[in-house]
Design a protein around this ligand. Structure first.
Ligand SMILES: Nc1ncnc2c1ncn2[C@@H]1O[C@H](COP(=O)(O)OP(=O)(O)O)[C@@H](O)[C@H]1O
Ligand SMILES: [Mg+2]
Length: 435
């Protein structure tokens, strides 16, 4: 059996701790659904602290299921690297959205997004384990990149990477404040214990920033940002914001946690009560229209399923730790070297000026070409393509050799045959079914 359960196609984002890949999950019967796969950044893989934080994120989010939270579906590991499988949210994060729509959102969309985030948070804050014991979750990193907006007008909170919960094994490192300074509350910056009201303060910042079209606490340096959070001075909102709504935002941003709303639901309801009718009537349909304005059509990947590369292959290729496909990679690399040596000989026969020209030509990216090429061949072979088809793809994508000779099915066949022989010889036929 060599059916990988998950496959990744392209990297979507890389943050401070992890990278997110677009992917597909496949059932035994061959049904597929889009997923997002999150894995620790390669340079942090061997850091036990981050590995534990990551597994804690999985542990916490696997217990949660709510329309306003990104659903975690599974957690696994391949080649010693943990990864988290989530539902794929076809859309963009709030930071990109705000950048694209320009400064200042109208009351309707701004408060709709905030109220949806609050519904997700209310659920997470009150979530219990299977025995009914409260998990006491605090997200602690509510910020625009961690709020996702879908093409269908959904709002989903992502990234419980720094969340606190009862039973969480890993604590963030003492003395080190993790998260985004500009979305922290004064008590968090002071190193005091925080509860759910830290998340509500962050929603207050989101609201303020969406309505004002400006950043509330962010300054030129981290130190200056932290100073502003400590001072917690909140400038008034623009005049278009009704005073009753502004009062709700200001109370959410109170310096003293006791002066804020006690729960996500309390803030949600206060906001709803303060809104004029046209703003309350803003719905997911309207948000979908706004997202459609800033997002181009569905990415090609969503329309046509991507070429599969199973998760281990991708991880392994990234890490340079060539486990399952070691011999295939070897054979391909050796094959390419031979072909390039041949091309080099041909090159020598050309005139000097021609060679100089060639060196400057875009086709001269020899070394990057090689690794890109090898990766690509693996993807294509994994997708079950025949040699001619592989060659066609490589040529169409411009992944030719230094001499820009088109790849032929024969060359690919040679490379693949050698690779397969070596794999068979090492009895490693099933190595790719790590998952
Ligand atoms: N399930 C998902 N579907 C689509 N995009 C996602 C998903 N999860 C994350 N992303 C994208 O990747 C970015 C980083 O994800 P996140 O979980 O916040 O990682 P990090 O811990 O590195 O901040 C998000 O801002 C979003 O743009
Ligand atoms: Mg994040």
């Amino acid at each position: 059996m060599s059916s990988a359960r998950y496959a990744v196609s392209q990297k979507i984002d890389a943050g401070g701790m992890a990278e997110i890949w677009m992917g597909r999950a496949r059932t035994n019967d061959g049904f597929v659904r889009p997923v997002a796969i999150k894995r620790i950044l390669p340079h942090l893989v061997n850091d036990e602290h981050f590995a534990r934080l990551f597994l804690d994120e999985a542990r916490i989010t696997l217990k949660l299921s709510h329309g306003n939270l990104v659903q975690t579906l599974d957690v696994g590991s391949a080649a010693g690297v943990h990864y988290l499988v989530m539902e794929w949210v076809d859309g963009l994060n709030l930071r990109s959205f705000l950048r694209q729509v320009g400064p200042g959102l109208a009351l309707g969309p701004a408060t709709y997004i905030a109220r949806q985030v609050l519904e997700g948070l209310a659920y997470a804050h009150d979530a219990t384990d299977l025995e009914g014991e409260p998990l006491q979750i605090v997200h602690r990193d509510i910020s625009p990149p961690n709020v996702l907006l879908s093409r269908h007008g959904e709002v989903k909170v992502a990234d419980f990477g720094l969340a606190r919960a009862r039973g969480r094994i890993s604590r963030t490192r003492p003395g080190i404040i993790q998260g985004k300074y500009a979305y922290m509350c004064p008590e968090l910056v002071a190193g005091e214990p925080v509860d759910r009201r830290a998340d509500l303060f962050a929603v207050g910042i989101l609201l303020w920033e969406m309505l004002a079209g400006a950043r509330l606490f962010r300054a030129d340096s981290d130190a200056a940002t932290l100073d502003r959070v400590r001072a917690c001075e909140v400038p008034p909102l623009p005049a278009m914001v009704p005073p009753v709504v502004a009062a709700v935002v200001m109370r959410a941003l109170a310096r003293d946690p006791d002066a804020r709303y006690p729960t996500a639901r309390a803030l949600h309801d206060a906001l709803t009560d303060a809104l004029p009718l046209d703003a309350v009537r803003f719905t997911g349909f309207d948000l979908a229209d706004l997202v459609a304005e800033v997002m181009p059509d569905a990415p090609p990947d969503v329309i046509a399923p991507p070429l599969f590369v199973d998760v281990p292959t991708a991880l392994v290729a990234q890490l340079g730790r060539v486990a399952p496909h070691a011999d295939l990679l070897d054979a391909l690399t050796a094959g390419i070297e031979r072909l390039e040596a041949q091309a080099g000989i041909d090159d020598e026969r050309r005139s000097g000026s021609d060679r100089r020209k060639r060196r400057r030509a875009p086709g001269g990216r020899r070394h990057t070409d090689r690794s890109v090429f090898v990766d690509r061949v693996l993807v294509l072979l994994d997708a079950g393509m025949g040699n001619a088809e592989v060659a066609e793809h490589l040529n169409a994508e411009g992944l030719t050799t230094r001499t820009n000779t088109p790849w032929t099915a024969k060359a690919i066949a040679q490379l693949a045959r050698r690779a397969r022989q070596r794999r068979r010889a090492s009895g490693d036929e099933d190595a790719s079914s790590v998952l």
